[in-house]
Design a protein around this ligand. Sequence first.
Ligand code: SF4
Ligand code: SF4
Length: 415
Amino acid sequence: MSDHREDGEGLQAYYDEALRCVRCGLCQAVCPVYAVEQSEASVARGKVQLARALLEGRLEPSPAVRERLFLCLNCGACTANCPSGVNVAKLMLATRAQLLRDVGRPAVEGLLLRQVLANPRSLGLAGAGLALYRRSGLRWLAHYVDALATLPAGLAKAEAMLPSRSRSRPRVGPAPERPRYRVAYFAGCVTSVLYPDLAQSVVAVLRQEGCQVVLPRGLGCCGTPHRAYGDAAAAQKLADRNTRALNEASVEAVVTDCATCGAGLKDYSGLRVPVYDVSQFLVEEAGLVAPRRPLAVRVTYHDPCHLARGQGVREAPRRLLRAIPGLDLVEMAEADRCCGGAGTFALTHPETSLRILERKVANAAATGAAIVASGCPACLLQIGYGLGRLAAGGQDGPREALHPVELLAQAYAPP
Ligand code: SF4
Ligand code: SF4
């Protein structure tokens, strides 16, 4: 059930949460941002004290305070490891909502959240524009004439993170004549805009496993980015629209390939259809019944924060990978440590994000794996960027970041 105290009762409802912090500092050990920044403002303890000072009127809301509270990946590691049970994640979301009301936000943030992500037509146009840019030679030309040097830092980083490779598109077989399940596929914004080939893999795999896949009309962004930025009203509007579309779709399950969307959808109140991460659905519900051919490749798996801590889904993607004959799954150190992507964190805090990413990529490279698999397209974007830098620097390491379902789709393809 959704916990939306931040929407109605405001930050005051979280005062008890802030009081529970005994300032033990144990959150320091698990905070990826603290490991890089080494400042009290970057760790949960410091942020909880900031929230408390705001509540007690000892601190005036200001853009500077907002900036300090946004120096956070919202990865949930502190919440999961806090011995006092402080729900840091919820407290941060509530504080951000309060600060949005009190001090507003940068115009570009409002534009992105309200005009682009919240509007399927704008999102579709953005996706088409980006596809044209990546595939038409425009991107090559922009690099060739060094046009990117004139872009603001955040935009230049966003351009650098665009996936460069064109993945092999799996064949999507016909819909099964006697489907075992009828499921709705929720393809989130990142998949829709940047990874249409991943969406194709999801549909191919679900069909291969005997599912009828429907794409309900009227779906849009899950609203998680809006909630993360404190815009609870916009998030709720999106949740209501998606809930209506999914409830009317006459399906047995909602399936998504995006860890963030999955966590957001599972938090909707009023949704009458169960939501599954695609690996969870395939392994725990449908079962993998279609024949698979061997894939002789070493793979390591990165746990997305919103899948591992957000939904408690850790084993299903690993079981899915192990179900591919010949695939050698090796664990990396700190597999569930955030990769540093965290939505727009990689763009708003490029240096911090990069240093967090370098640790992730080094851990992946140490396994000798050729591929990093991860159950979240946003993590694939960030890790793929890190692997690209590794290759450009001439260093050994995995060369590709793929969703587990993309590997499964390859294992279904004829040899
Ligand atoms: S681990 Fe929990 S109680 Fe300890 S300082 Fe961090 S937030 Fe406070
Ligand atoms: S959510 Fe993650 S990044 Fe933010 S304070 Fe907690 S551990 Fe650090």
